[in-house]
Design a protein around this ligand. Structure first.
Ligand SMILES: *Cc1c(COP(=O)(O)O)cnc(C)c1O
Length: 565
């Protein structure tokens, strides 16, 4: 039945629910939303990822405010079905056996998408190889390379073993680029003697099969391997000389490999499409702006509200255009219900009693320097002054990659600042951010804050989730917000408009200053003195943001612009 799937969606991480911790952040949650919308819309898609049996990690915070990491050790057999098929790949000259697990996402529409989780943890493999699919983004370059061989090459082989006939392979980020090599080998022309080795490789046949979505707007964000390592680990099934023409002369760049072997390439927001073009001149790079799965990212009280006033919204989010039909009082009630839920969760986990009347700001995402989680603390004195005038409280959550020391330092810094200002402004850091907590946060605060260093945020998606719950965005003009923002109508911007040429230089102090000014003179002002206007902006968030920035719209575009091309 599901073997009818014709599009294969490859992603290193997939975030569907808390039970399956096979994601680290936005990329994985986006993959999960992609799959859920495909199921709702009955798109014939099958997804491939790694089992990540020890997850990303579980986060705790020590008394000094530092992040501590623990492995997760979840039990796949509780949620997934083990498939009897087996394939192998060559790694360091050894045969590595891969089995798979299956999970089916079933939609109320009757649509269904299968996810194949690849797993090397079996008796046929060496102890070392059994660990290849254990840690999401764990280990060194060599470990990552092995994971990417299993995902790309192993994934294509597994789909064939399972009887799928795929006519589009969609790479969600460059991690899966090795799938192109397996397709290349399959497409190899059968000729006895050729004068030019390149002639036997049918690049166009592979290109016709491949779609590539890039997610990283900076050069260092792309996976690269030395050819010495590639020779040792991957071998030379595709000769290194050919590889160099496809993936870069000096190092194997996974993004270049995907760019050179995909007929359709896109960035994840309009701005990101442009930035990617300047990063990789000469390539045609399109843009399909991300979206989120509306039903998943709408909290209980808003589901009730929409079911009452906007019937059919979950499978047709365009209907959010009718948010005006919701009475103000009921919208506010639904918001207060979400806020109370969040505040009682905070009480339960951190023992802190927040004020339900206070303007509540939320910030939660991966902790990494460019996201500048601590921008709001740039000038503490100034912030505290605002706090004297208006009651504000801030809720944080997020994990830093175990090797990202600067990211971990920001977590520590925020926890330290919390201690020094707690009598004046309440700050809460919730540990172990995950999908369930994300829903509570993006629906339960009043304002969703986003302060990345532009143009580093390729898209961002958490603000779209907030908008689905009438939570108002306050964000740097970067990624999706450039498209979603109308000042004072759908939310508020921070810092200057992005200019074509202004790609990297920005000023923390100036951005912070703008943040303080708007928070003090516009946002708190409206929140406390003009509830009617506040509710209007909440409704606009639904009708002008959720209406468009959802994964149903995104998937329809992938189908018409990428898959059917
Ligand atoms: C949506 C989501 C993200 C992405 O947040 P951004 O602000 O887009 O970076 C990260 N982690 C979780 C758990 C999410 O649900």
């Amino acid at each position: 039945m599901n073997n009818k799937a014709k599009i294969a969606y490859f992603s290193m991480e997939i975030g569907l629910s808390n039970n399956m911790p096979t994601y680290s952040g936005g990329l994985g949650v986006l993959a999960g939303d992609t799959i859920k919308s495909s199921a709702d819309l009955k798109i014939p898609l099958v997804a491939v990822t790694l089992i990540s049996k020890k997850g990303f990690f579980r986060q705790d915070i020590d008394p000094e405010g530092r992040q501590i990491e623990y492995p997760v050790n979840w039990e796949p057999s509780k949620y997934l079905i083990h498939l009897p098929k087996k394939v192998d790949v060559q790694i360091e000259g050894r045969k590595v056996c891969i089995y798979a697990w299956s999970y089916k996402v079933r939609s109320v529409t009757g649509g269904e998408v299968e996810i194949i989780f690849l797993d090397t943890d079996n008796k046929e493999n060496t102890t070392e190889d059994r660990e290849i699919t254990a840690y999401l983004y764990g280990g060194d370059d060599c470990y990552r390379l092995k994971q990417e061989i299993v995902l790309g090459i192993g994934g294509v082989r597994m789909l064939h073993a399972l009887g799928f006939h795929i006519n589009k392979y969609h790479m969600n980020e460059g991690h899966a680029s090795f799938l192109t090599l397996e397709l290349l080998i399959m497409s190899k022309r059968d000729v006895e003697s050729v004068w030019d080795e390149r002639w036997v490789w049918d690049l166009d046949a592979v290109k016709d099969l491949c779609v590539f979505t890039t997610h990283t707007p900076i050069e260092t964000g792309h996976d690269k391997y030395t050819y010495d390592l590639v020779k040792k680990v991957l071998g030379e099934t595709v000769p290194i000389e050919i590889l160099k023409t496809l993936a870069g002369e000096n190092q194997l760049n996974m993004t270049l490999l995907a760019l050179n072997l995909s007929k359709y390439v896109n960035g994840v927001a309009k701005k990101h499409g442009e930035v990617s073009k300047s990063l990789f001149p000469g390539y045609e790079i399109n843009a399909i702006t991300n979206g989120v799965h509306s039903f998943t990212w709408t909290c209980g009280s808003f589901v009730k509200l929409y079911d009452k006033y906007i019937q059919g919204w979950a499978n047709e989010p365009e209907l959010f255009v009718r948010s005006e039909t919701i009475p103000d009082e009921e919208l506010w009630e639904a918001h207060i219900k979400a806020k109370d839920d969040l505040l009682s969760f905070v009480k339960q986990t951190n023992g802190i009693e927040l004020n339900r009347e206070s303007l509540t700001i939320g910030f939660a995402r991966r902790f990494t320097s460019y996201k500048r989680a601590d921008l709001i603390f740039t000038n503490l004195e100034r912030l505290l002054k605002i706090g004297e005038k208006w009651s504000i409280q801030i809720i944080y959550a997020g994990k830093a990659h175990p090797k990202d020391t600067p990211g971990k330092d920001i977590i520590k810094r925020i926890n330290e600042i919390e201690k020094t200002i707690r009598d004046k402004i309440r700050v809460v850091f919730l540990k172990d951010y995950n999908i369930d907590m994300a829903l509570k946060l993006i629906s339960g605060v009043d304002v969703w804050l986003n302060t990345p260093l532009r143009p580093r945020e390729a898209s961002g998606t958490s603000g779209m989730k907030a908008a689905h719950n009438g939570v108002i965005n306050f964000s740097i003009l970067d990624g999706w917000w450039i498209e979603g923002h109308i000042e004072g109508i759908t939310g508020w911007s921070i810092g200057p408009k992005p200019f074509e040429t202004l790609l990297t230089n920005t000023n923390d102090a100036a951005d912070a200053e703008d943040l303080y000014n708007k928070l003090e003179n516009t946002i708190a002002q409206i929140y406390y003195n003009d509830k009617e206007q506040w509710i209007k902006i909440m409704k606009n968030s639904i009708s002008k943001i959720a209406y468009y920035f959802n994964s149903h719209r995104m998937m329809r575009r992938y189908v018409t612009e990428a898959y059917l091309r």
